[in-house]
Design a protein around this ligand. Structure first.
Ligand code: MN
Ligand code: MN
Length: 477
């Protein structure tokens, strides 16, 4: 017979639970605020350059100073000081100096701000069939068929030989024209239908329509192309040769939208990985007081093509900047101290993961899938074909993460990227793990990753922010 005072046995089982069944009213309210700020951020940050510039604005408004100025002036840095450093206007590292010396390690949240897109070639403009067209070379892992017949905006820069930079943004203002890539009508698609999804739209078939009125000059050759050049010259003062020193990206035009009658989700271009990058940045901005360990946020470029190049995580930018920090905070700079600082660091590799999608249940293994609104997703290992290429986090570090998140009421879950041998992927985790630091993947789950518009849950976005904040201010106790 049951009595009122009977002690409830501890629940030995672990089962996932929807975050809306346990989120506090205060967190729910805060989630609305953070998501609104995030939607504003990705409205104006649709490329790595724009995300960098928006982040610098936010950092400077919060009192962060350019580290290069401290380096130049030899200004010493003390606990509580806030600095950032830019790499070529694309990659960014921001830091709040902690109470402990840098040698004790940093707490790092590292995300990326580049997203799959369609870049213009260096000689893009040509004409065919009464159209002016822009030839392209896609960037990152896209399903090419998804990028046709949608409005596209052109973002980027022309850089003139004298160094003058002309910023370009066409297609975001409601009064702007947009660009688009055509697709075949179903009436004539008998051959196309027989192709695989991957072959139906070839890479060279992703050229964007840019105009269809010929210039009114009798002896002019390539009149359609020339008219576009005239319009570009009128708007930006550029000539065809200036495309050679330009970086121009076609991205889905328009702003993010709330999804569902309950407005519980966000549909947007480039959640991967600006959602984690912004959540990390916002956590650093909101960090109150002086953290025990130096807090660091990385917003990296080039993750989607393998983190290569000067602005990718594989470059020495992070290491060099850590050396500068050490030089301005430590008693005496030494390479050994730098190596210790990196080795002793902890990192959340802040990147997105896949959500269990009821439209495609066959690719997931439910016990180890992330679900929408179950919170920020922690992934111990990524990789493919037998964990190949994975930076497998240690059980010991995972235990620290459990402690930090549970202590701070972070709603979180674990999730693998799909069934074994179904595919796979990676993040910047392994590049940081080379220093011997503890690294684990931790980010927001998405539907339709790498599609022109990706879908994420607001609760998960907010819990990423909350997780990163708890991690940055953790004192390892
Ligand atoms: Mn990513
Ligand atoms: Mn990606």
């Amino acid at each position: 017979m049951k009595t009122k005072n009977a002690k409830k046995p501890a629940n030995l089982a672990h089962t996932g639970k929807n975050g809306y069944e346990r989120i506090s009213p205060a967190d729910l309210k805060h989630s609305g605020e953070i998501n609104k700020l995030y939607m504003d951020f990705i409205t104006s940050a649709k490329t790595e350059r724009e995300a960098h510039d928006e982040a610098v604005l936010l950092l400077e408004a919060a009192g962060f100073k350019d580290l290069d100025r401290s380096v130049k002036d030899g200004v010493r840095l003390a606990p509580g000081d806030k600095v950032y450093r830019s790499c070529s206007g694309k990659t960014l590292m921001a830091v709040t100096i902690g109470k402990k010396p840098l040698e004790a390690g940093m707490h790092i949240v590292g995300g990326h701000t580049d997203s799959p897109r369609i870049d213009l070639k260096q000689n893009p403009l040509y004409e065919a069939g009464g159209l002016a067209l822009l030839d392209t070379h896609y960037y990152g892992g896209i399903k090419k068929y998804q990028w046709v017949t949608i409005p596209l905006a052109l973002h980027g820069v022309f850089v003139k030989p004298d160094g003058k930079k002309v910023k370009v943004c066409i297609g975001e203002d409601p009064s702007d024209p947009v660009f688009c890539i055509t697709d075949l009508l179903p009436h004539l698609a008998a051959d196309q239908y027989k192709k695989t999804l991957g072959e139906a739209i070839p890479g060279e078939g992703l050229d964007a329509v840019a105009g269809s009125i010929p210039v009114a000059e009798k002896d002019r050759k390539e009149k359609f192309k020339y008219n576009v050049l005239k319009l570009l010259n009128g708007r930006y003062g550029i000539t065809e040769q200036d495309f050679l020193s330009a970086e121009l990206e076609l991205v889905p035009a328009g702003h993010p939208r709330e999804v569902g009658l309950d407005r519980s989700m966000v549909l947007a271009y480039g959640h991967d990985d600006r959602v984690c990058a912004y959540a990390g940045l916002k956590a650093l901005l909101d960090l109150k007081g002086v953290p025990e360990y130096t807090s660091c946020v990385l917003l990296c470029d080039k993750e989607e093509i393998g983190s290569v190049g000067a602005t990718g995580m594989a470059s020495n930018f992070f290491e060099n900047t850590s050396a500068e920090l050490l030089n301005l905070t430590g008693d005496a700079y030494s390479e050994l101290t730098l190596k210790r600082a990196l080795h002793n660091s902890w990192m959340l590799s802040a990147d997105v993961n896949a959500l269990f999608d009821p439209m495609f249940p066959a690719v997931s293994e439910k016990k180890n899938s992330a679900f929408i609104n179950h919170g920020v997703c922690v992934t111990k290992y990524t990789g493919s074909r037998g964990k190949s290429g994975s930076s497998d986090a240690s059980a010991e570090f995972m235990a620290h993460i459990r402690r930090i998140f549970d202590k701070n009421n972070v709603i979180w879950q674990t999730g693998e990227l799909g069934k074994v041998d179904q595919g796979g992927g990676g993040t910047i985790a392994w590049l940081m793990a080379r220093y011997g630091m503890q690294v684990i993947d931790c980010g927001v789950g998405l539907f339709s990753m790498h599609a022109p518009m990706e879908l994420a849950g607001k609760l998960d976005i907010y819990m990423a922010y909350k997780a990163y904040l708890a991690f940055l201010r953790d004192g390892r106790k």
